[in-house]
Design a protein around this ligand. Structure first.
Ligand SMILES: O=P(O)(O)O[C@H]1O[C@H](CO)[C@@H](O)[C@H]1O
Ligand SMILES: Nc1nc2[nH]cnc2c(=O)[nH]1
Length: 307
């Protein structure tokens, strides 16, 4: 899908002109669709009205774009995806990144991408917001890259460098925002996001493998959007909400040891295999949604209009 004119024409018919040139794009992660809840002059457009858009089928994601003014004072014009598309839903990578390219065509210069993620770094407690500064994308390295294929827009780079993917300026603004909001230091961290295809969560060994490779958090989204946004020349900020622990510090507990302790009568602490669920992921989104929202609103106040 590379004909954006039908999508843009439809938007022109549905969204007032003054909201049609958003400066900032926002993508809401699992359980975080309330991020733009306080938009002023909000206009919602459902994805099924938009040519080229597919549907978000995952609980915690809504199939609508929200246009409006976000943050204090007059507010910053934004466009927000209230739900995203994941490859594991069966969507093609080109469909997954289509809305990002539409945002670029609407004039978006800065994009704030949020997600829910599992912690690989045992120092990251559940509820922490990680300011992502790098990524490891096993799918990209093995041929699942949204930029693969013939170059349809020759104005975009063929070989995109990724050494400067995550805007230093925008990352610093998050810490400035947290400082202004008196958010406690431990509520935020910096780290590397590992992208996996999902929809299965990691086995403990896969978690240890990704940790050993240098990743701090893991999720099933974001990187395709980041790549398209960078190809389109946007400045990218990614915030990951840690919703669960993948790598458990105590590690694997041997069942042989447990059995032997049991027959010796010395077993005090039997092992349990922790299981993550999407409900748990969503409940963390509900718990930390307001914090994420105030952080994003504050960052918007600080983003220079010519960034
Ligand atoms: O990345 P987002 O969309 O926030 O969602 C994360 O949460 C879901 C799993 O619970 C997966 O989709 C994973 O990627
Ligand atoms: N892959 C992956 N995605 C997640 N999204 C939220 N938690 C997780 C997780 O533990 N693993």
């Amino acid at each position: 899908m590379s004909d954006y004119s039908a999508t843009l024409d439809t938007l022109k018919g549905l969204v007032p002109e003054e909201l049609l040139n958003p400066r900032v794009g926002i993508i809401c992660g699992s359980g975080l669709s309330g991020l733009p809840a306080s938009l002023k002059q909000s206009v919602l457009v459902s994805y099924d009205q938009l040519p080229g858009f597919v549907q978000s089928t995952v609980p915690g994601h809504k199939s609508s774009l929200a246009f409006g003014l976000m943050g204090s004072g007059a507010g910053v014009p934004v466009v927000a995806m209230l739900g995203r598309f994941h490859p594991y839903e069966g969507h093609k990578l080109s469909s997954v990144v289509y809305p990002v390219r539409v945002m670029a065509k609407l004039g978006v210069k800065d994009i704030i991408i949020t997600n829910a993620a599992g912690a690989l770094n045992p120092e990251l407690v559940v509820g922490t917001i990680v300011v992502v500064h790098d990524h490891i994308a096993l799918p990209n390295l093995t041929g699942m890259n949204p930029l693969l294929g013939p170059q349809t827009d020759l104005s975009l780079p063929r070989f995109l460098p990724l050494s400067n993917t995550y805007s230093r300026l925008l990352r610093k603004l998050v810490f400035q925002a947290a400082h202004d909001l008196s958010i406690e230091r431990d509520a935020l961290a910096e780290g590397t996001y590992a992208w996996v295809s999902g929809p299965t969560y990691e086995t403990p060994a896969e978690g240890r493998f990704l940790r050993a490779a240098g990743a701090d958090v893991v999720g099933m989204s974001t990187v395709p959007e980041v790549l398209a946004a960078r190809e389109e020349g946007m400045n990218v900020l990614v915030l990951s909400l840690v919703t669960n622990a993948v790598v458990i510090p105590s590690g694997y507990k041997s069942v042989r040891d447990e059995f032997e302790a049991e027959i010796a009568g010395t077993l005090t602490n039997p092992g349990v295999d922790d299981v993550v669920s999407h409900e748990e992921v969503l409940s963390l989104g509900r718990l930390k949604g307001d914090l994420m929202k105030s952080l994003v609103e504050k960052v918007l106040e600080f983003i220079p209009s010519d960034a």
